[in-house]
Design a protein around this ligand. Structure first.
Ligand code: 13P
Ligand code: SF4
Length: 306
């Protein structure tokens, strides 16, 4: 049952002709009022398909909301808390990418969606954790500048026969860096029959001890398809909430209970309500940057849907 504040948000959504999109890491109370929940790729595709709504309230982090703006120049994209930034997305600047391009003129530039719009404008193509291997394999170039997540770069290098240069050298997600091989050994002892699913942003030693390396959308799908009951999840804590809602009969165990993305949790019901009421905070991307970045994002969508 929804609470009073959640009911008010649902009414306001209708009044304002708005839609609420939320990433899989949002807390339960926000997941419950979202029109659409998804991983970064699903949110990208969904925003590009929205036709009849004027306002999109985006409960995620900065790079996700910016991508929604890039794909929807004529809609109002609002973020309930302006400080909801992904630290990894700030680890690679457009200036640095231009320097790398000078050093490696024959390389293709593949950027993780966890980048700011200025960086995306320098990319040949964008990828997410769900499609990184497919995107890299689709390119004619054998040399790839890939950033900012070093672990995802290494995962892609293992899955393809391309030469991958991580840019910058040590880009990472502080949340997924929290997991250690010892966490897997400990949890595996407690749940010997569990399937271990970890995100490609985890360290390679953690990936190697898992059963499958998947993005958040892939994890949700896998839990639904697997005959197993117990799953150990190596990703942000609220992914267990997300999967629990969809698959209440399964037992989701976090690999580490303190793996929380602090900025994802800045959005609250109160802030979502204010966002709708006052139409704040408007996310913007300079037009020239948005149009350049759009080419790289659209190329990703086209390859993914092909
Ligand atoms: P997904 O695309 O797998 O949802 O990942 C987004 C993210 O930020 C992971 O930390
Ligand atoms: Fe960024 Fe990591 Fe949070 Fe994902 S979990 S949004 S990569 S800080």
């Amino acid at each position: 049952m929804l609470n009073k504040l959640q009911e008010e948000i649902i009414d306001l959504k209708k009044e304002k002709n708005a839609i609420i999109l939320a990433h899989n890491y949002q807390p339960r109370e926000i997941q419950e009022i979202a029109d659409f929940l998804g991983d970064s790729l699903e949110l990208c595709i969904k925003t590009s398909q929205i036709q009849d709504k004027e306002i999109v309230v985006f409960c995620g982090v900065d790079f996700m909301a910016e991508t929604a703006v890039i794909l929807n120049p004529h809609k109002k994209i609002l973020i309930p808390d302006q400080d909801a930034e992904c630290p990894m997305a700030h680890m690679l600047s457009a200036e640095e990418i231009r320097e790398y391009k000078k050093r490696y003129p024959n390389a293709a530039v593949v950027l993780y969606v966890n980048t700011l719009a200025e960086a995306k404008a320098e990319a040949d193509v964008i990828c997410t954790s769900a499609n990184a291997v497919k995107i890299v394999e689709s390119l004619k170039e054998d040399l790839i500048l890939f950033g900012p997540d070093k672990n995802l770069a290494e995962f892609v290098a293992q899955q393809t026969n391309k030469e991958i240069i991580p840019i910058p050298e040590e880009g990472h997600c502080y949340v997924h860096k929290m997991f250690t091989p010892a966490d897997i050994i400990y949890k595996k002892e407690k749940y010997p029959d569990a399937e271990i699913l970890v995100h490609p942003e985890c360290d390679i030693e953690v990936q190697e001890l898992s059963d499958k390396v998947l993005g958040t959308g892939g994890m949700l799908k896998r839990v639904g398809e697997s005959p197993k009951k117990d799953f150990i999840l190596g990703t942000e804590l609220d992914m267990t909430t997300r999967i629990n809602i969809e698959h209440p009969g399964k037992n989701l165990v976090p690999l580490f209970e303190e793996a929380i993305c602090e900025t994802m949790k800045l959005h609250t019901l109160e802030k979502v309500k204010n966002s709708l009421l006052e139409e704040k905070y408007l996310v913007t991307v300079p037009e020239d940057i948005a149009r350049k970045a759009e080419k790289a994002v659209q190329r990703m969508i086209d390859i993914t849907l092909s």
